[in-house]
Design a protein around this ligand. Structure first.
Ligand code: FEC
Length: 308
């Protein structure tokens, strides 16, 4: 008999419509509703990206489908059924676990569509999924991180190469590359959280594979919570590059994200581009992984490894 495995694919989640933004934002803020100004600001940002739609939903749907196809193609001895579990929108993480159990599966693997472990990001997804699995008696194991998987590094390196070629006639050493990821509150450092180091490891591996010498790491999309967040912020990195005349050409490679969504399409493509234009810098960004076959291969490898 062919073994059936549920794969809980965990992702951030995005609102369904403009009217849904308030509930979504309130969920992100752990039940505290945003002020009218904060809400309007977020609505404006969503409306500014590709026609005000929510690209993360479609991108997650496609990634989940592509992962299921890849798993079943690569490992015909097992039937994999993928389920979504979203952190801040329906179907929520708990809904995904419940669906796996309702479908009669007893064994599952959880994997987050984010390669780097932090207790505040991936750890939070795992905790909620584990609690629901325990309640319903589901046997679930988790992929914690996959930030150095060779296929992930290869996919990112391909994108860096492709983007470097867009700087026509500019020598590679004269292009400054900034690897970025979502900032987190600085307090994670006291908890010896692996997040910053894992991000540097990914960045170093991609830099080595593409022969980069002129690169650094920067944080993006920090929240406004009053407490300090990890820096330097990517916008300040751009200002320093200009002030210190480090380069006129800059490439941002958001290694902490795997999909096109607000933090890419607004924070980088609109906000960082505006800052770069004001500073007179030529800024490009690498394409997102989305359903890249190498990324799907990396994900299917790490999911399967949990079964052995
Ligand atoms: O396109 C979309 O609809 C969603 C884009 C999106 C992604 C994303 C990823 C991460 N976040 C992480 C941490 C935090 C922390 C706070 C926080 C707040 C927001 C807000 C929006 C938002 N995040 Fe997010 N995040 C995305 C969107 N995030 C919108 C609220 C408004 C704002 O601050 O801009 C602060 C919460 C608080 O107020 O206490 C912390 C991390 C990731 C990457 C890992 C992952 O994908 O899980 C970490 C995509």
């Amino acid at each position: 008999e062919i073994k059936r495995i549920g794969v809980l694919v965990l992702s951030y989640g995005t609102p369904k419509s403009i009217d849904d933004i308030e509930a979504y934002y309130t969920h992100i803020r752990r039940g505290h509703p945003p002020t009218p100004e904060q809400l309007q600001d977020l609505k404006n940002r969503y409306e500014a990206i590709v026609g005000g739609v929510f690209p993360l939903r479609e991108n997650t749907d496609k990634q989940v489908k592509a992962l299921e196809d890849r798993l079943n193609e690569k490992y015909p001895d097992t039937t994999f059924i993928c389920y979504q579990g979203l952190k801040h929108a329906a179907p929520f993480i708990e809904d995904g676990v419940e669906q796996i159990v309702q479908d009669g599966l007893t064994e599952a693997v959880g994997v987050v569509l984010a390669p780097h472990y932090s207790s505040m990001s991936v750890g939070g997804y795992m905790k909620r999924a584990q609690a629901k699995a325990d309640e319903l008696g589901l046997n679930i194991r988790f992929v914690r991180s996959y930030h150095l998987h060779p296929k992930l590094i290869e996919a990112l390196a391909e994108r860096v190469e492709e983007a470097l070629n867009r700087f026509e006639g500019v020598e590679k050493d004269r292009i400054k590359v900034i690897f970025t990821a979502h900032s987190l509150p600085e307090k994670i450092l006291e908890m010896k959280d692996p997040y910053p180091e894992q991000l540097l490891e990914t960045s170093r591996a991609v830099a080595a594979k593409t022969g980069l010498t002129n690169w650094q790491f920067g944080w993006q999309s920090a929240g406004q919570t009053g407490e300090p967040w990890l820096g330097p912020d990517v916008l300040d990195v751009l200002r320093t590059i200009k002030q210190e005349k480090q380069a006129e050409h800059v490439l941002i490679c958001p290694v902490g994200f795997v999909s096109d969504h607000l933090e890419i399409l607004y924070d980088l493509d609109i906000e960082a581009q505006l800052t770069a234009r004001e500073l007179g810098l030529h800024l490009e960004r690498t394409r997102s992984l989305n359903t890249d076959p190498l990324y799907m291969d990396a994900l299917s490898d790490v999911v399967y490894a949990q079964l052995e």
